[in-house]
Design a protein around this ligand. Structure first.
Ligand SMILES: *Cc1c(COP(=O)(O)O)cnc(C)c1O
Length: 429
């Protein structure tokens, strides 16, 4: 294999990690293996695959060669051990928690999560008997104060959507470590180019690939990545990992597979039974997206800085919340954790509140009014009436999506055109 080892630079790994020319055809780009099933050499071979005694492809719900390349590349870029891709970011969150949680267990989660995640955690997960304690994790003492033996993990966003809150992942990892529970970091908004949670003590990473990894607003996907460093046997909190699994003839995942036992458990149990598999065609889009991740993120950050500075000076804007600005309270921690930049998603407030916000959005021409981030195109949104609509008013304000808030995801157009577009729209409000 010609796969670069981790000592290659990030930029080289975005293009090469996990992939090699197709061994049968020589195809240089990773082909889309659009197949449901794979032939077995013999019945014994089939049985050994089904019993996880041998690695190989069986049926694409459980694994697919195109999806595998994406998994290996993402694990590599995050400095992780192994990964499992799936159909959406939300599915990644469900799969990440599934091996950890039993009915009656609790999760500590940052209150600064993507609106859809707050809804998923507080409604869908409740039906499984999983309870969530939301905390303001910008002060890590709020976590230590409430942590108890029923908590099976801590879940946070490294860079929150849409408020751009940057948490001290290192300090939070100390707390998780002491409690012998994994720290799960949703690294969607930073992408592995801007931040690597494992380097700061996280144990598990989730991503919505839909955003910057795909990068072109064309495919949905998610992924769970494990660091390989979490010791499942240090407590008896995780029976799914450390006790015999009935549906695999008593196999103990953390024992048999060691530092990739959690990924194996997710694939062989959670993905097998919950079924939220990524299609090989979408995996192909994500592999191709990754190859320009470093260049896109750099330009996204540059454009966002130019535009946030323009907005900060504009008289019709009451505030701009972008951690890339010196005036922002997360600028200091951004310099420590994300010194290449803090992405292109940020919020600002329009004087005139709700009505002015709606009018402004109706007047922009280059910006698209859509509920997404991380596209090549610049996107604009009023979270209070859209992504965060299902939250209560207090939850909206806590999540940074109050009535006057406008969210933008700055794309890769020329920043001067974007500034002109915003100027024109502002002159109408
Ligand atoms: C979009 C998003 C998700 C959910 O991902 P989907 O692919 O839409 O399911 C989760 N976390 C963050 C930070 C997101 O931006």
């Amino acid at each position: 294999m010609t796969v670069p080892k981790n000592n290659h630079k990030f930029e080289t790994r975005t293009i090469h990690a996990g992939a090699a020319p197709d061994p049968t055809t020589g195809a240089r780009n990773t082909p889309i293996y659009q197949t449901t099933a794979y032939t077995f050499d013999s019945t014994d071979h089939a049985a050994s695959l089904f019993n996880l005694q041998n690695f190989g492809f069986i049926y694409s719900r459980l694994g697919n060669p195109t999806v595998s390349v994406l998994e290996e590349r993402m694990a590599n870029l995050e400095n992780g051990r192994a990964a499992v891709a799936c159909s959406t970011g939300h599915s990644a969150q469900l799969l990440a928690l599934h091996p950890l949680m039993e009915p009656g267990d609790r999760i500590i989660a940052s209150q600064n999560l993507y609106g859809g995640s707050i809804t998923q955690f507080s409604h869908a997960f409740k039906k499984f008997g999983w309870h969530v304690d939301f905390v303001d994790a910008t002060n890590v003492k709020n976590i230590s104060k409430i942590i108890n033996p029923k908590h099976k993990c801590i879940f946070v966003e490294s860079l929150s959507n849409p408020t751009g809150v940057i948490l001290d992942i290192e300090k939070i990892s100390f707390i998780a470590n002491k409690a012998k529970i994994p720290l799960i970091v949703d690294n969607t908004m930073a992408s592995p180019y801007l931040f690597k949670p494992f380097d700061w003590g996280a144990d598990i990473i989730t991503h919505s690939l839909t955003k910057f990894v795909g990068g072109h607003g064309n495919s949905m996907g998610g992924i769970v990545i494990e660091s390989g460093n979490f010791d499942w046997f240090q407590s008896n909190k995780y029976p799914s990992m450390t006790m015999p699994t009935e549906s695999y003839h008593g196999l103990i995942f953390a024992e048999t597979f060691g530092d990739f036992g959690y990924s194996m458990k997710i694939r062989a149990d959670s993905l097998r039974d919950l079924g939220s598999t990524l299609s090989p065609t979408n995996a192909f889009y994500f592999i191709n997206g990754l190859e320009t991740l470093h260049i896109r993120m750099e330009r996204h950050c540059l454009n966002a800085l130019k535009i946030s500075k323009f907005l900060e000076k504009n008289k019709k804007i009451s505030w701009v919340s972008y951690a890339g600005l010196e005036s922002n309270k997360y600028n200091k921690i951004a310099k420590k954790l994300m010194n290449k930049g803090v992405g292109p998603v940020f919020t600002f407030g329009l004087k005139g509140g709700y009505e002015a916000g709606k009018k402004f959005i109706s007047k922009v021409k280059i910006f698209s009014h859509v509920a997404n981030v991380g596209d090549t195109r610049s996107l604009i949104l009023h979270p209070a009436s859209t992504t965060h609509n299902q939250l209560s008013d207090t939850q909206k304000i806590k999540a940074g999506a109050g009535p006057d808030v406008i969210r933008v995801s700055i794309g890769l157009e020329h920043y001067q055109d974007l500034i002109q577009d915003l100027k024109n729209a502002l002159s109408n409000v």
